[in-house]
Design a protein around this ligand. Structure first.
Ligand code: F6P
Length: 363
């Protein structure tokens, strides 16, 4: 009996998505003789029954392309904006899955997608996921595709910022994506030789950062690169947030909104200027880190995970995420991944290496 597979990409796009779609698609069609159809724009496309043919030509020439040919969205099956309402559309989605006689649904996404996939699994759908995100924060996998490409882009940015910071005797604070995890800032900061690296997992003291910069000036280097993760937080703000969360738990309205910290990079640069006497500039790398062609490592990883996904579908092994494990892959039950986030352990070898080469981590 021919198997019918649906596939979608959800959450923020990530380099390597097309390589993964191609990996799954070519393996299920050519190797296993199955049929596959794409749903557009994540779970929204499945809810609206909007599809894209993926039966041959569409899977060619996409290995090197950034973004996702299927389109994506951050819409969740159980909280779907429909008109001016937000509705639970999981039953509608399950209905479309059954109407199309699908045997399995492949969801390519990050942490949020793992949770949404689990919800659909609990509705009886045969779901299988692949971990993608530039943040590298999906639990139970060595890494995620997209991370290596973003790491390369952020590292090159830091390389380029060095010469201008040096010429103008400035501090350049470069903000790097990563959501609530510091993998990207830490990795790029180390690879690019940033003088200071600030990540969410290690709340920073601005005075410690300022002193590291002043020390460099005293040693004849009156310029510094500060790589700051978008989720980084000062110890002071961290404690204020904790207090606010405690109040919320006690039933009071949260006094400090998380959004209050959205401009923290700009405020940090201003403070460093005041504390060091050096001029500071801010570079926010933003979506540049997610755009463009995937690195060779991401193409390879996405292809490995995609083809392993096809093998699992062939075996009828569902309700799992295809995780990267060394040179191979392993199937991890969705309940072990959904709702978890992989942050940087404060004693991670990358953290230790950064300290050994004298990088200030703000603590
Ligand atoms: O999860 C990937 C990511 O790029 C995060 O690093 C960042 O916080 C977020 O997505 C940005 O989301 P959006 O593209 O929806 O603004």
């Amino acid at each position: 009996m021919t198997k019918y597979i649906g596939i979608l990409t959800a959450g923020g796009d990530s380099p390597g998505l097309n390589a993964a779609i191609r990996g799954v698609g070519k393996a299920v069609i050519n190797h296993y003789g199955m049929q596959i159809i794409g749903f557009r724009d994540g779970f929204r496309g499945l809810m609206e029954n909007r599809t894209m043919r993926l039966d041959g030509g569409e899977l060619s020439g996409i290995l090197t392309r950034g973004g996702t040919i299927l389109g994506t969205s951050r819409d969740k099956p159980h909280r779907m904006p429909v008109g001016d309402k937000t509705l639970d559309m999981t039953d509608v989605i399950a209905g479309h899955y059954h109407d199309r006689h699908l045997d399995a649904l492949v969801c390519l996404g990050g942490g949020g997608t793992q949770k949404n996939a689990r919800r659909l699994m609990e509705k009886g759908l045969n779901v299988i996921t692949l971990p993608k995100t530039i943040d590298n924060d999906v639990a139970k996998t060595d890494t995620t595709f997209g991370f290596d490409t973003a790491l390369g882009i952020a590292t090159e940015a830091i390389d380029r910022l060095h010469s201008t910071a040096h010429s103008h005797h400035r501090i350049i604070v470069v903000e790097i994506m990563g959501h609530k995890a510091g993998w990207l800032a830490l990795g790029a900061g180390i690879a690019g030789g940033a003088d200071v690296i600030l990540i969410p997992e290690i709340p920073y003291e601005v005075e410690s950062v300022a002193e590291a910069i002043r020390e460099r000036s005293r040693n004849g280097k009156p310029f510094s690169i500060v790589a700051v993760a978008e989720g980084a937080i000062s110890r002071q703000d961290f404690e204020a947030q904790l207090a606010a969360k405690e109040k919320k738990i006690k039933g009071e309205k949260m006094a400090v909104s998380e959004m209050q910290y959205a401009d923290h990079t700009l405020r940090l640069a201003k403070k460093l200027e005041l504390l060091t006497g050096l001029e500071a500039r801010v570079t926010i790398l933003g979506h540049l880190q997610r755009g463009g062609t995937p690195s060779a490592a991401d193409r390879l990883l996405a292809t490995r995970l995609g083809t392993a996904c096809a093998d699992l579908i062939n075996q009828g092994h569902y309700g799992v995420m295809v995780a990267a494990k060394g040179d191979g892959t392993r199937a991890v039950k969705l309940e072990k991944v959904a709702g978890k986030i992989k942050t940087v352990p404060p004693d991670h070898p990358w953290v230790e290496s950064a300290r050994r080469v004298g990088t200030n981590l703000g603590d």
